[in-house]
Design a protein around this ligand. Sequence first.
Ligand code: FAD
Length: 342
Amino acid sequence: MTAALPIRHNFPLRHLNTFGIDAQAHAYLPVTSNTMLDIIRRDAQWSTMPRLVLGGGSNLILTGDYPGLVLHMATQGIAVIAEDQRFTYVKAAAGENWHRFVLWTLDHGMGGLENLSLIPGSVGAAPIQNIGAYGVEIKDCFHALTAYDFKSGELLTLNAADCGFAYRDSIFKHAFRDRAVILDVTFALPKQWQANLQYADVAQELASSGIATPSPSQVSDAVIAIRARKLPDPAKIGNAGSFFKNPVVSREQRDALLTQHAQLVSYAQADGTFKLAAGWLIDQCGWKGKTLGAAGVYEKQALVLVNRGGAKGRDVTRLAEAIQADVMARFSVRLEPEPVFV
Ligand SMILES: Cc1cc2nc3c(=O)[nH]c(=O)nc-3n(C[C@H](O)[C@H](O)[C@H](O)COP(=O)(O)OP(=O)(O)OC[C@H]3O[C@@H](n4cnc5c(N)ncnc54)[C@H](O)[C@@H]3O)c2cc1C
């Protein structure tokens, strides 16, 4: 049955991961329909092979050639599926590009996702780490998703509570890891929209353009301008965005750190803990702009690791481990990588 599927062998992945790591997949399938997944699951050969679901490749580090089947989500489609007094419900297929989807909602007069403009990757991957930026996470506008369960072969409909969203985290990194393939995501976009300007950067960017009461598109433009200044464009410099999560520590640990490091950057969380700025910790260890092998730390933002040219997975791992060791030695804080190592 799989003879009908366009599976390719020894397929190059360099252009399918934003870090630009040169590796290849044993087998590769662009998934253009959900039934393709069912065919794979029922096939004796393919169902037993390791599987990697791939979106835009912007949150993973390839540590070597992939020994199994890469399922590259390429399904398309965006539609308004319902509305009520408070929300418009918009559904997008997993393979849609996230930023193009955000622009589509804005072009159709819907606010809610503008702070998440210009995040690379696909719609289907957005729930995996509950993507977030400038004070908004997708959980804030999330309604439901459909996933294919490779274990049972069934379609699952999950709401926000089912997904277990947390800071850069969800059930898809735990119980549903290697099991659920997200097929589509539905967002509830508010009809009574209010700008979220809690991040000073966004408020300042708008103020500097003389905009006092911004529209959703104007907030999006501001976010795009800030991101373009701060983050390297993966099309020019290979990278996977923020490489480490901001570590969360107790009040006691944060107070103890403050006595030794008066400039420590931390943000109070609703539950009484504190989020530390990982970029600041890395910068204090002198890593900004440094290079180790073919990987390095971005000159303008210490939280971003970059490909200096021809980086292999082991270059990235070595650099990440060296940074983690220095931050641990200096601050007794463990940095946890954000991208998935494959
Ligand atoms: C320059 C840059 C800036 C970034 N800025 C941000 C930011 O501000 N905020 C933020 O949160 N992230 C940010 N990221 C990280 C990244 O863009 C997001 O995590 C994005 O959601 C990853 O999408 P992707 O399609 O590229 O996923 P991939 O890298 O292809 O996959 C990531 C993980 O999700 C799994 N996966 C992908 N699609 C599916 C699916 N349909 N079903 C099940 N599993 C799936 C993969 O198997 C893998 O484990 C940034 C990255 C870059 C390069």
